[in-house]
Design a protein around this ligand. Structure first.
Ligand SMILES: [Zn+2]
Length: 617
């Protein structure tokens, strides 16, 4: 029998509304109210409702229940199709992730980690630091290599971003639709003139100018569909079979910058475009009291550049020898035009990046090494399903400086079937970055990286001029090291871990549970006295205090044991220890496994030892 709880409280309205509307009814938003529904065992797949299972706490009236008509429970299918909504709801309900500044309505593209989320994300970052920096694997030749860490400032010298290319390449001319607030890259917009009437008809009527993103077949199909709709509305006549796009830049020139007749690609509103404005993805601020160009600074869009500009410091102070890596984790910022998909595309996010420096002749081997090490790291943390994949970029996808790039991708539930989202990019970057900070911003000219020159023939953005080459004692050779960069997103990895852990098991009293890998679980163990009397708390509390010296643990003496287990299942706690009547007689406690629900008894003195073995730490 399937049992499902739906909680209708003000903080959970969207979730409950959707479930209830899918079975053709609505729920009054009077808190707190808990409804339990079950499947009809006679008609599998249909949901029944049992009034006896309705809990009504407080002043809420139950009268609506009498008119509650259960229809076919198509909702279950809807629920399966909306896994992401359920995950987001669980994240909110259990304190994994909150919207930033929620009491003020939230702010788009920013998220807060709650009490469980902060532990989960910290465990993930700690695992990365331990496995990559303090205890890295052996190299492809079976030998040790060195890894060191850095923690650089978020605001750096503005020249860093000019030489890295972010200042130029990160900026686009953008156009906004004032109606639907969509934002488009100006150079990607095309305009189609649409007329009705017959060929060569001087009386043919202008229907409108339709804008599209791009001018390919998809754009043509889109513009034809929109034109048909529009012609019915405006002229009722047939369309002139003339489908020619011109770039909006050419259109503006021709029409003296007047776009009053152009219709938005998203909402079809006429004349809703703003004039093009420069838009850089770097968030900016001003350092010091005066807000002028000289004091303009940027919040770093990646942690990598802090590593490159400290390359010489590390070489000079740490006695590191090539090959070696420098790691950094920390916040980065990108002023994303359309933040979306929960924490996947945020404006403030946390990165875990490694820049691995090696001799040019060995860089391909190290690239393959890191690609595989990084992929296996995710599987070691429980991302084992077919949702994880490694994708090598095609040659035409590579950045102009890259000799090879792989993405480690995850099929997040918010994506269409068959689509994957990037968790981490592993890139072979050659000597691009170190050379940029020596010589100035580089561009690709006839397959070679050369300084980008301004109109005066001098480098557009001057480099530091510092020597960032490396002298190899054994080879007796000076060279600019090549770089392999595994660049991971801590928030994306956390989100993937949440999505992978999220499990619906309808055979359980509480069907939603989080099967976190024990290393990542925010709470490793919970301790319950079966009842908060009869001497049980006196036994349970010392056990709890003993566990929490080593692992995050929770003590819970309230409510039925089933509810306490359910709470821990949702938090992803791998083990629960219960002190009951038998404990006083023979000194044993029950330990319940989250994934199997199986219980066994162990001596209370063995709890820490048991956990250490099971958690493998
Ligand atoms: Zn629009």
């Amino acid at each position: 029998m399937l049992v499902m709880f739906v909680k209708a409280t003000p903080d959970n309205n969207t979730y409950s509304d959707r479930i209830f509307s899918s079975i053709g009814t609505t729920v009054p938003h009077t808190p707190p109210l808990i409804v339990r529904m079950r499947t009809d065992s006679v008609n599998p797949g249909k949901l029944g409702f049992d009034g006896h299972y309705c809990y009504n706490a407080g002043s809420c009236s139950t009268s609506w229940l009498e008119t509650f008509v259960i229809k076919d429970f198509i909702g279950m299918a809807n629920l399966n199709g909306n896994v992401m909504e359920r995950i987001v709801a669980l994240c909110k309900r259990r304190g994994f992730v909150f919207q930033s500044s929620e009491i003020y309505g939230g702010i788009n593209g920013f998220w807060d980690y709650g009490p469980l989320g902060v532990e989960l994300k910290r465990n993930l970052k700690d695992a990365w630091w331990l496995d990559m920096v303090r205890n890295p694997p052996l190299g492809p030749d079976g030998r040790e290599f060195q890894m060191v860490g850095l923690d650089c400032s978020i605001i750096m010298h503005p020249q860093v971003w000019k030489c890295s290319g972010h200042y130029d390449l990160f900026s686009d001319m953008m156009v906004d639709c004032q109606k639907c607030k969509s934002r488009f890259r100006h150079d990607q917009l095309y305009v189609w003139e649409v007329r009705s009437g017959l060929e060569d008809d001087p009386q043919s009527k202008l229907i409108g100018y339709l804008a599209t993103m791009g001018n390919d077949d998809d754009a043509l199909a889109d513009v034809q569909a929109r034109a048909r709709k529009l012609s019915k509305k405006i002229s009722g006549g047939r369309l002139l079979d003339q489908w020619q796009a011109e770039s909006i830049i050419a259109y503006r020139t021709r029409c003296n910058n007047n776009t009053d007749l152009v219709r938005c690609p998203s909402c079809d509103e006429q004349g809703s475009f703003t004039t093009p404005r420069e838009f850089n993805l770097m968030l900016e601020s001003h350092a010091g009291p005066i807000k002028d160009e000289d004091n303009r600074v940027f919040l770093r869009p990646e942690t990598a550049q802090g590593i490159f500009v400290n390359f010489k410091n590390v070489i000079d102070t740490c006695r590191v020898k090539l090959p070696f890596g420098i790691a950094q984790m920390g916040k980065s910022f990108r002023n994303e035009i359309t933040p979306r998909n929960f924490t996947f595309r945020s404006r403030e996010f946390e990165q875990m990046e490694i820049e691995f420096f090696c001799h040019p002749s060995e860089s391909n081997r190290w690239y393959e090494f890191w690609r595989d090490v990084r992929f296996n790291w995710y599987t070691s943390l429980g991302l084992k399903s077919a949702k994880l994949r490694l994708r090598e970029h095609d040659k035409d996808e590579l950045s102009h400086y890259s000799c090879g790039t792989s993405d480690i991708e995850y099929a997040f539930p918010f994506l269409a079937d068959g689509d994957f989202g990037e968790l981490e990019g592993v890139a072979h970057r050659g000597d691009f970055d170190l050379r940029s900070h020596m010589e100035g911003k580089l561009v690709n000219k006839d397959g070679k990286l050369v300084p980008d020159l301004g109109p005066d023939g001098k480098p557009k953005w001057k480099g530091s001029g510092k020597d960032l080459t490396y002298f190899d004692d054994e080879r007796k050779e000076r060279f600019t090291p090549h770089v392999v960069e595994p660049s991971a997103g801590a928030d994306r990895a956390t989100l993937a871990v949440i999505c992978e852990a999220y499990t619906v098991d309808e055979s359980r009293p509480s069907p939603e549970l989080m099967r976190f890998h024990p290393r990542l679980a925010p709470i490793k163990a919970a301790v319950f006295p079966l009842v908060a009397k009869d001497g049980m708390p006196e036994i349970a509390e010392p056990i709890y205090r003993d566990i929490r010296k080593r692992w995050p643990a929770q003590y819970d003496a309230k409510q039925s044991i089933g509810k306490r287990y359910a709470r821990m299942d949702e938090a992803g706690t791998p083990f629960c220890f219960t002190i009951d009547g038998q404990t006083k007689e023979d000194g044993t406690v029950t330990v319940r496994d989250r994934d199997t629900g199986a219980q066994e008894r162990i001596d209370k003195s063995r709890v820490s030892e048991y956990l250490a073995a099971k958690l493998n730490v």
